[in-house]
Design a protein around this ligand. Sequence first.
Ligand code: UD1
Ligand code: CA
Length: 485
Amino acid sequence: MSVHSGPAAASPVAVIILAAGEGKRMKSSRSKLLHEIAGHSMLSYAVTAATEVQPEHIVVVVGHLRDQVEAHLAEIAPHVLIAVQDQQLGTGHAVQVALGQLADLDGDVIVTYGDVPMLAGETLAALLEEHRARQAVVTVLTAEVPDPTGYGRVLRDGDGMVSGIVEHRDADDLQRQISEINSGIYVFDGASLKAALAELAPTNDQGELYLSDVPAAVRRVGKPVAALLIDDPWQTEGVNDRIQLSRMNAEANRRILHRWMREGVTVVDPATTWVHASVDLALDVILLPGTSLEGATSVAAGARIGPDTTLIDVEVGENAVVTRTQASLSVIGPGANVGPFAYLRPGTTLGAGGKIGTFVEAKNARIGAGAKAPHLSYLGDAVIGEGANIGAGVIFANYDGVRKSTTTVGAYAFVGSNSVLAAPVEVADGAYIAAGSTITGDVGPGDLGVSRSRQRNVPGWVARKRAGTRTARAAEAALEQKEPS
Ligand code: UD1
Ligand code: CA
């Protein structure tokens, strides 16, 4: 066993994350480890937990669909070392492969899994602490589960010390009645682990090298094995199929919502509200049913979101109200009002107190404080000044079939209903656009832009062309009332 001294005593030499298995039951062309819980890959949680115990190295053992896994790791955790296990010859073999990446084994080595997303860094720290307090050579994390079928069972001797682990398929009836299971998560003394792995034999039902055989091997040479029983079995649970994936997602979401409710967020219907782990909420935020907050979304104090709203990477200001809206990569200012039925695409920023209303789509649109587009509009590639009013049905025609251009509407400008602003065009501060105009040229400050044909009425047209219809009779009656004969 290594002797630790000084500040480095707290850090293990390595955390090894096993992630080479096939994950057949997911029935996916995507690596199982890249499937997500609360918006992040399962593997990313394993890496985060490992990082939290500040090891000198993290080694991820990859195999099946390794290109995908390695590409993902390069993105989220470029600091990890990769060990390739070409053939999955067992968990013991996987750890052997990982040790090949480590020059120095003088210290503690932790083993975890890429598909056990709820395991907390704190739990690894507690396991490490137990390991050191017991001066053990192996410390295994165990759990009591209602149905231990399939798991390795923890065997204890007369003194209660762990004497070994027997896999379910190799266990006898009596051993199968043991409800304390091996989580598969351990701390090992590095040098002892290496020595024990070298002695392993595939003398089991699967013909694999079992990492779970190491505790018994260590005991045979008279060294101590400890165990830490966790009271939160979710943390040791792996995900093997999409049913477990959905259950785990529901549990992760439940925990995230509970945390926010304890922090002063109202969640009206936790069953239909989904909040990613990366989301940030503030005091007195209200989440109405059917709300999904994803990615780097943040919601400031007092804002009300939902019902039926999805925000992906959206920043919502204080006291804003966002109703029945789909938005991504956008900023909604304090006190602003969005929806119902709004669609905010990337690059939309709505200023303080502004409004994007019903059946309005915005994209790459910078909308000033207090500006309003309340009804039925498309705001594409727009710069809209403070306090401007965009009437019902106004279209920012940003695309001429070849390129996209920007339309600018100045401060306190008024764009009449059903107008088309054909980009590039500029409507200056304090300008007006008459309803129903198609604007293709700039409009100066304080000017009125009108672009539509003058109205012409044809007297008596209905009586001549639609005689005998109900319309014609309605017209007759109205005319009679006007000038009784
Ligand atoms: C393992 C333990 C068992 C424990 C259970 C907890 C062994 C032999 N058994 O069983 O005691 O109760 O975990 O979930 O260790 N892997 C590799 N390379 C391999 C084999 C496996 O990377 O060659 C990875 C897999 O991707 C998987 C993990 O290790 O994530 C577990 O392997 P698996 O063979 O499924 O072991 P279990 O049957 O789950
Ligand atoms: Ca497994």
